[in-house]
Design a protein around this ligand. Structure first.
Ligand SMILES: *Cc1c(COP(=O)(O)O)cnc(C)c1O
Length: 214
C-alpha cells in the first residue's frame, strides 16, 4: 500500500505519507523524489541540513518535517530548515522555538509530541501535561497544528492512537501524525492524517541506527 502512495504522496482517503529518509543513501532519496514524493521526515537536524539544503533549492515544493527530538540550542537551525516540527514536547523548547521564529521573522508550525505510554526513556509530553503545553505554545504564537506519538514498541498501538485522537479533539487540533511501517494501517483506522513510513518504503535500516532513535 505504501508503494502506491508514491505517485501522489496521498492515499485515496487523504492520509499524507511522510517518507522517513533518515540514514538513507542519496540514490534512494533522489529516486523517491523523482517518483513524485514531496513530504519527508527526518530525525536529526544536522543530518537533515546536509541532505536537504541543496535539494530544497531544486525542488521548491518540498515539505520537510522534523520527527526526532530537538535540543533547544538547535531550535534556530530547525526553524530555518523545517516546515513543521513534530516534536515539541516541553515548555523550554516552545520558548526557544518562539524566539527563533521571531528572529527569523517567520511563523513556525508545530505538532506536540505526546508520550502516550509515559515511557521514562522516551521523548514527548506526558498526556496530563499536553493541554497546558498546547496552550503555552499557542500563547507564544506557534501554530499548533496537531499531535504526534510513537506508541511503546511492546504494546498494541490502538489505545495509544485513540488517546492521541482524544487529546486532539478536546484541543480542537486536526493533524494526527501516528503510524509507522508496522502499524500505519491501524493508525489510519484511528484517524491518522499523517503516517511516517521509513522501512516499508526503503527497506530495513542499519539496526544500530534504528535503535539509537528510540
Ligand atoms: C524512524 C522513524 C519512523 C519510521 O519508522 P519505520 O518503522 O521505518 O517506518 C517514524 N517515526 C519516527 C519518529 C521515526 O524515528
Amino acid at each position: 500500500m505504501a508503494q502506491a502512495w508514491l505517485a501522489t504522496g496521498r492515499a485515496s482517503d487523504g492520509v499524507v505519507l511522510t517518507a522517513v529518509t533518515k540514514t538513507q543513501p542519496p540514490g534512494a532519496i533522489d529516486a523517491i523524489l523523482a517518483a513524485g514524493q514531496r513530504v519527508f521526515g527526518e530525525n536529526r537536524v544536522q543530518e537533515a541540513l546536509a541532505r536537504w539544503t541543496h535539494r530544497r533549492a531544486v525542488v521548491p515544493d518540498l515539505e520537510l518535517r522534523l520527527i526526532g527530538p530537538l535540543q533547544t540550542n538547535k531550535a534556530a537551525d530547525a526553524v530555518a530548515l523545517f516546515d513543521v516540527i513534530e516534536t515539541l514536547d516541553r515548555p523550554r523548547l516552545a520558548e526557544a522555538l518562539a524566539t527563533a521564529a521571531e528572529k527569523a521573522g517567520r511563523t513556525v508550525r508545530v505538532l506536540v509530541q505526546v508520550n502516550t505510554g509515559a515511557e521514562p526513556q522516551k521523548a514527548g509530553a506526558l498526556p496530563e501535561d499536553t493541554d497546558a503545553l498546547i496552550a503555552q505554545a499557542r500563547s507564544l504564537g506557534l501554530i499548533v497544528e496537531g499531535l504526534m506519538c510513537i506508541p511503546p514498541a511492546d504494546e498494541a498501538p490502538g489505545m495509544h492512537f485513540e488517546l492521541l485522537g482524544k487529546i486532539a479533539r478536546r484541543n480542537r487540533l486536526e493533524v494526527l501524525s501516528m503510524g509507522m511501517s508496522g502499524d500505519y494501517e491501524t493508525a489510519i483506522g484511528f484517524g491518522a492524517t499523517h503516517v511516517r513510513v521509513g522501512s516499508a518504503l526503503f527497506g530495513e535500516r542499519n539496526t544500530s541506527q534504528t535503535a539509537s532513535m528510540e
